[in-house]
Write a protein that binds this ligand. Sequence first.
Ligand code: FDP
Length: 337
Amino acid sequence: MAVPASVVVPIRTNPPTQTLQTYLLAAERATGRDATRSLSWIVSAISSAAKTIAARLRTAGIEGNLGAIGQVNVQGETQQALDVIANEVLIHELQSREGVVVLGSEENDELLVVDGAHASGGRYSVLFDPLDGSSNLDVGGSVGTIFSLYEVSAGDELALLPGRRQVAAGYVLYGPSTIFVMTLGRGVDMFILDPAVGNFIKTPDPLRIPAQGRSYSVNEANVDSFPAGYQRFLAACRRQGYASRYAGAMVADVHRVLLQGGVFLYPPTAKTPQGKLRLMYEANPMAWVLEQAGGAGSTGHGAILDVQPESLHQRVPVILGSPCDVAALLAELARGE
Ligand code: FDP
């Protein structure tokens, strides 16, 4: 029997919440780019790994997982126990997902080809920095995970592609809350982990970086060895009353710039003439996120996303930020370094 309209009581609800999973499914339907769903399946594996990493970070001090383990990675950097744990968690989550054929990590010398990889649709390489900013670990500071996905052609899985070819990229910030920020090339969205239910919940609006900020983020202790254009730019910022903000973890520093505007820099220095940050799993994904949010990403000589990669672990100078701030710095660099 039909219920008379007069007794249908409208239910009052809060604004609908969207989880990362429903977002990925909707995005996939909208683009229709991957009938096999493997792209969203892979991003979902990264979000799953992020929840595990966040949990391991919370209890690391209790479990005795802080501190170095005495090994040095391919970058010549001392590995922390949590670098290794985060790397294992990501590899474990990703290696069995349909579509993943190659993995590349800051913590592994070479690209890892996934044994028995199967893909009925897209074939993807996933590059990541499992735990960025690891010098913050022992002091309870913010750290992050950065990821970058490319569709690769059969027979050419090991080719490294420029950042412009990314099909998904983003980062996870482990701070007071666990924040997942990503782009699929149609803007940038942010999700916050609700630890009570284990879901990443989407924040209402896509992220747009302010056209100009009031702070810069750089390791200022290196300023004497920066090229002159960087020094002039920073001096001009100080004259204009900019604040200096530096957490020492790229994810935390770039996240601040994305939300509040300004500029993040890792210039060439005497010690690191190509800069310190890695193109494939630090600079490229962050640059794409910033560009998708209306910002800019440059090496000082051109767009980060246009750099033709030569090796998995290559370094590039990094300038990321609000379009006006990046333009002001590039103008100084053009006047001569
Ligand atoms: P870390 O070595 O602690 O992992 O990529 C590495 C990185 O941190 C970035 O997260 C950070 O922005 C930068 O290095 C910090 O380097 P400095 O200590 O030279 O400032």
